[in-house]
Ligand binder design. Sequence first.
Ligand code: F6R
Length: 611
Amino acid sequence: MCGIVGYIGKDNAKDVIIDGLKKLEYRGYDSAGIAVVRNGKLEIKKHVGGIANLENLIGDDPMTSHIGIGHTRWATHGAPSDLNAHPHSNEDETIAIIHNGIIENYQELKQELIEKHNIKFKSETDTEVIAQLIGVIYKEKKDLLESVFAAEEKMRGAYAIVAVAQDEPDKIVAVRKDAPLIVGLGKGSNFIASDIPALLKYVKEIYLIENNETVLATADEVKIFDENRNEIKREVFHVTWDADSAEKEGFEHFMLKEIYEQPKGLSETLNRRLDETGKINLEGITLTKEQIENFSKIYIVACGTAYHAGLVGKYIIEQLVKIPVEVDVASEFRYRNPLVDENTLFIAISQSGETLDTLAALREAKSKGARVLSVVNVVGSSVARESDDVFYTWAGPEIAVASTKAYTTQLMCMYMLALYMGLEKGTITREFYDRFIKDLQGIPAKLETFLKKAPEIEEEAKQLYNREQVFFIGRGLDSAVSYEGSLKLKEISYINSFAIAAGELKHGTIALMEPGTLVIALACQDFLYEKMVSNIQEIKARGAYVMAVAKEGNVSIEAQSDRMIYIPECRDEIAPLISVVPLQLFAYYVAKERGCNIDKPKNLAKSVTVE
Ligand code: F6R
């Protein structure tokens, strides 16, 4: 997500910070900024866009100072803009803050600051609320560390925060609560950062800060306090990574790192929108009960992986909301004169929010009067800006071209939308809703458990990587997942792969089955399990080599399969959140065996902004 760098010491802070921020560019961001204390005065420079824009803004000004903080922002509250960029400051601009994460109760805090202290806010961010809150407390305490401690007691959420104060230019204060924070230990200089790559050029010795810990750094000393404000000792961690592996946090490729980030992305996408009673809070979405009741049709339109998430969305929305749903690839939708009117809900799904076909389809639907809701990962992107409502996925920046964590978080949004609309429309009961939410909340832990099986899948890939073609089959939701598994394999390993609904095989495609043909069969839908076993028997009879994916406990399929991968038990509807992961891993390890450029496959781009 956002990148954080802080510096205090002998060198010029601006240079160290800009250099550190550049090392975090690979993570993706939409604006950048820096604050230093020069000659007893806090100075902030920030700009939307790349670090180059910030450097242009700074120009030849050395911003000479021994203390500063800098930030690259990945927008969550408020669009990317100069005003929303970090650092943020209090009203009299004496305290500056950078922040990664989300303050859940920021609206409540903001209201209190406006009502009790008459604070005038400059931006739409939750971060400014922190700066203003600390600013108000500082007036009384006149001590940055004490003020941050006091602010921590009022804030709820997941965050890392770094603060500097004009009146105390000899210290940086930082806090970690569920967002990464490290301290780099130099000689006569200390560093704060969200990620190791930012600091590698300067230090190899760091403190890994834990949740609910607060850091006080001066040029010569670093103190760490626990949540009870007791000073604690921390062992020094010696970094042995080079810059490249540090960016990937020790993973060999971004794709693998992003596969492993899925439990976190799913948990954030779900839990950040649940209130204390378990109800989904669609903050920023204004769909009314009346509108939901009046929708006669829903279109889900997207490209590639996002389209595959739409296939799952169709199934689940039709089941839970009882409104007919059509799923279209965006490049087709716009040229087929679709039957859209004012009673249509149009859902666009897009990781980047910049895919031209999806954007054009959205415009087409809007021009015909549809209500447009988008499911997007990049805040402030074109699709988000042109939609009536936006449901953001909280996957964090996705860097590998092949989409993984964006897909599973898109699925999570589909479940949440369906549950929300179903409850509003009365097509599901509160009891059903509560059970479903509980099951969704259990998925991240199940996925963590499943990811421990990665070595098994790697082993399979080592055996099977040299196949020339692979088939993926499944029924119901498994067939939607098989399309995604097939796309993952072909795009990164360049193997010709093909996905088909298992029941459709015998209507033609079965002609291609030969002894040894590799078929990956998903059998994760209990109510279709027996049917799937029969389909596998049909292809086994033609000599196919079957690798099956099934839920733990469904062992009868073993007799029909050459290889088995078991996923943890879960309700059928949400099995795609787990069953896609072995397919992602299989694609990854096969591509690795074949020596492919996994993160940047040939002919592909992360964001397709041409027709
Ligand atoms: C495949 C992949 C693509 C994208 C598609 C849409 O791994 O990443 O198929 O899903 O190009 O991109 P977005 O979601 O950015 O609209």
